[in-house]
Design a binder for this molecule. Structure first.
Ligand code: NAD
Ligand code: DAU
Length: 335
């Protein structure tokens, strides 16, 4: 077990990165964190408000900027990389930034890791495996082939392959985790769960793509960030870990749960156009990860996790209200 003293958290002002930094602040006060974030539309520096600035620093910068990495990376003993363009619908409308940040950005981080011999953890997604048929009883395993479908997931797959190659060829000390769909506080209102909640809170009808039969495998973000800490301190170099909570649900079921918890009629939503290339089902088998590192999810009751997530959005209107209108306008422009 190796507890890092000085971590660089790239993308630490986004959804999962913010939850990771808060967890470190609360549970590992001996570890210093430098957040490196470009503050794209998805990054909000307010997310770090209230944290001890002696422990948590913010550097505004782009992971594609090699000269800046030469300044910032030395002195850190580990990097956890959350920085990415993360939304499938945006990648379909405009894939360029995904190639840039997800592929070129990862490449620049890996080169810095090689140069300064820093431990690296790469945060990735179950979407790299592509989708699984609804009637198939299997779940993806770490060694399954990569078959990504969208511009987003193909750039994440490319970044994972770079990490694997740098590990084997240059012997960098890296691990990869591929997690399933996260939900919880600080998620951008472009994503399905917070979009649905904040649509209801602003008098808009939630939108369900296609028939709503697509299945996602849900994990509470707090369970994910604890898994990431375990991998960072106890994971085996070169390994891929699948982080999921065995919670497969169709989009229609998730929507039904939110409508019920918010006291809305069960038919108070609109069916809208299907997402092009829409993955049918994600499902990963976390057994290897659980057995090896002894991790277990705490938020095993999806409805309870969703109730507290809804409460968080009710209580943090000032956090999401300023970007709600523009997000919905962007959806309208996508058609
Ligand atoms: P997010 O979009 O909420 O946050 C991304 C953060 O990265 C933002 O703060 C943004 O400003 C920053 N960023 C973007 N481009 C950057 C650049 N070039 N340089 C520096 N910073 C940059 O994303 P998220 O949902 O928190 O996802 C974090 C990571 O986890 C991503 O790699 C994503 O692929 C992966 N992931 C997400 C989920 C999920 O359900 N959200 C599931 C599995 C894996
Ligand atoms: O599987 C992990 C992935 O989960 C991460 O890698 C991505 O970063 C993250 O964004 C998420 O990808 P999805 O495409 O699954 O998430 P999204 O929230 O965009 O959509 C979830 C499902 O809900 C998907 O099948 C599309 C559907 N959907 C989405 C929106 C925004 C709707 O039906 N209505 C909507 O309004």
């Amino acid at each position: 077990e190796h507890v890092p003293q000085n971590i660089l958290v790239t993308g630490g002002c986004g959804f999962i990165g913010t939850n990771f930094v808060h967890m470190v602040a609360e549970e590992h006060p001996e570890t210093h964190v430098t957040v490196l974030d470009k503050l794209s539309y998805a990054g909000n520096p307010e997310n770090l408000a209230g944290l001890d600035r002696g422990q948590i620093d913010l550097v505004v910068g782009d992971i594609c900027d090699a000269a800046m990495l030469d300044e910032v990376v030395p002195g850190h003993d580990a990097i956890v990389n959350f920085a990415a363009e993360s939304h499938n619908d945006n990648s379909i409308a405009d894939p360029g930034p995904f190639v840039e940040t997800n592929i070129v950005g990862t490449y620049q981080l890996l080169e810095a890791v090689r140069k300064y011999d820093v431990r690296y953890h790469h945060v990735s997604t179950d979407e790299v495996y592509g989708d699984m048929a609804l009637e198939d009883r299997r779940r993806f395993e770490p060694d399954d082939p990569y078959r990504p479908s969208s511009p987003y997931s193909s750039t994440k797959a490319a970044s994972d392959l770079l990490v694997r190659a740098w590990c084997r060829t240059y012997g960098i000390r890296a691990t990869i985790s591929n997690s399933s769909n996260n939900y919880g506080p600080y998620q951008h209102v472009e994503k399905f769960v917070p979009r649905t909640i904040t649509n209801i809170l602003t008098g808009r009808r939630p939108k369900l793509y296609g028939m709503g039969r697509n299945v996602r495998d849900w994990i509470h973000v707090e369970d994910h960030v604890h898994a990431l800490w375990d991998i960072l301190v106890r994971g085996r170099i070169g390994e891929t870990y699948l982080v999921g909570a065995r919670c497969e649900m169709s989009n229609a079921e998730v929507l039904g749960c939110i409508l019920r918890l918010m006291g809305e009629p069960e038919d108070a939503y609109d069916k809208v156009a299907e997402r092009p290339g829409h993955d049918v089902r994600y499902a990963i088998d976390p057994s290897k990860f659980e057995e090896e590192l002894g991790w277990k999810p705490v938020h095993t009751d999806f409805e309870a996790g969703m109730r507290s997530t809804i409460a968080w959005y009710r209580e943090h209107e000032l956090w999401w209200k300023p970007v709600k209108e523009q997000t919905e306008r962007r959806y309208e422009a996508m058609g």
